[in-house]
Design a protein around this ligand. Structure first.
Ligand code: HEC
Ligand code: HEC
Length: 351
């Protein structure tokens, strides 16, 4: 009887239709906008949309063209290339654990919700990413497709006309929020206390990462190894952006200055997640560092522009032995979650 009761409690969210997060030990529940609660059906619809090339003006690209699962949802290029060949000024970012990001993209402090962000690649013109135009028949195409008719009906059962752009972005956002990674060797070591999950070199690298003078954790902190992490019941007071010593002048790499117009903000960017970092080369917003060795050399040198007065005080440079450097990189490699790179829940549903 007791067991049956326990089973009923366990199944309760499933029976009531609530979304069940598959969260590992130690991970908080993501906060989700009240206007777009999670559901299995929305996640499924979002997945079809994410991989649909008809989502671009010329049928060439989808979200997945720039966010490839096997590369932790990046594209392996220094900067992204839109569906008509236009170069983006910045590189595609990983979408893993994006549900926990309080602010989206490399350097737009106003970009706060996935529902809002999805409109940029779809309709943005500077640069053109997918190149859709309002009223160009995209919604009509969805409505005419039998599979989408079923998917939309299931995802938005209460709505009379569910083929709206708002529902497209809600579904995309739900799919993105479902991409949660926590099965890296480091997670097994740290959260499940499996001492054998990572090498001694990686353990030494962890100590370096979390101590001075390297101070990596001061900007790449928390379980997402990123700044600006939020979850249910945990907000942050102020968004953080940093100048990590790459650029100090106006031009192509102004960072959040583009929006704040505060000269002190030139070259400040979001510190992105380091999860799966070994598979997301090249590095930085413009792909200007090719390897993790280059990244460590960059920080050890105190950044590229030594006379950069805007460089964050934490980017002061440090000395590492060859062994230390290898150890730090081993630690970064232990953040790769092989399972998420192949997990069928996030793969292309069209084949
Ligand atoms: C042409 C390549 C390209 C396509 C297509 C594309 N993206 Fe991106 N994505 C990028 C780039 C580049 C960035 C960084 C943007 C910036 O900094 O302004 C980015 C950033 C993001 C981010 C922010 C991630 C973070 O950690 O802050 C999200 C979310 C995202 N894209 C979702 C999508 C979705 C959803 C689609 C499809 C509707 C899509 N992208 C299509 C290139 C692309
Ligand atoms: C002062 C804050 C700060 C510190 C300290 C810091 N980083 Fe970063 N890191 C950033 C920012 C900001 C970016 C993005 C910069 C850009 O693209 O313009 C970044 C980018 C990166 C990237 C590239 C991410 C990607 O997706 O391309 C890696 C890898 C990285 N940091 C590793 C480290 C390591 C290892 C350390 C310690 C040695 C460290 N960081 C210390 C702020 C910091």
């Amino acid at each position: 009887m007791k067991r049956l009761a326990a089973l009923v409690v366990m199944l309760q969210p499933i029976l009531s239709g609530a979304y069940v997060w598959d969260l590992p030990k130690g991970f908080p529940t993501p906060s989700v906008p009240a206007a777009n609660p999670m559901s299995v059906e929305k996640v499924e619809l979002g997945r079809y949309l994410f991989y649909d090339r008809r989502m671009s003006v010329n049928g060439v690209s989808s979200c997945a063209t720039c966010h490839k699962q096997e590369l932790a949802f990046t594209d392996g290029q220094p900067v992204a290339i839109g569906t008509t060949g236009e170069k983006h000024p910045r590189g595609a970012m990983s979408l893993v654990n994006v549900a926990y990001s309080a602010v989206l993209t490399w350097s737009n402090p106003g970009m706060r919700e996935l529902e809002q962000q999805a409109l940029v690649p779809m309709f943005g013109e500077h640069p053109i990413e997918l190149g859709l135009k309002p009223g160009d028949g995209f919604l009509a195409m969805l409505r005419a497709d039998a599979r989408y008719r079923a998917l939309f009906k299931a995802a938005f059962p209460a709505e009379e006309d569910c083929f709206t752009m708002a529902n497209v972005t809600k579904a995309l956002a739900s799919f993105e929020r479902s991409i949660i990674s926590a099965r890296s060797p480091y997670d097994r070591y740290h959260y499940e206390r499996d001492d054998t999950a990572i090498s001694d070199a990686a353990k030494r690298g962890e100590v370096l990462f979390f101590s001075q003078p390297l101070s990596c954790f001061r900007c790449h902190g928390g379980f997402s190894f990123s700044s600006n992490t939020v979850s249910q019941g945990h907000q942050i007071e102020e968004l953080e952006f940093h100048n990590n010593g790459l650029y100090n002048v106006a031009g192509a790499h102004v960072g959040i200055f583009e929006f704040t117009k505060n000269p002190k903000d030139i070259g400040k960017f979001k510190a992105p997640t380091l999860r799966n970092i070994a598979v997301t080369a090249p590095y930085m917003h413009d792909g200007s560092l090719a390897t993790l060795e280059d990244v460590v050399d960059h920080y050890a040198a105190g950044g590229r522009a030594h006379d950069n007065p805007l460089r964050d005080p934490l980017i002061g440079g440090f000395k590492l032995s060859a062994q230390d450097k290898r150890d730090l990189i081993e630690f970064l490699k232990s953040l790769t979650d092989e399972a998420i790179l192949h997990d069928s829940r996030f793969s292309n549903p069209w084949h």
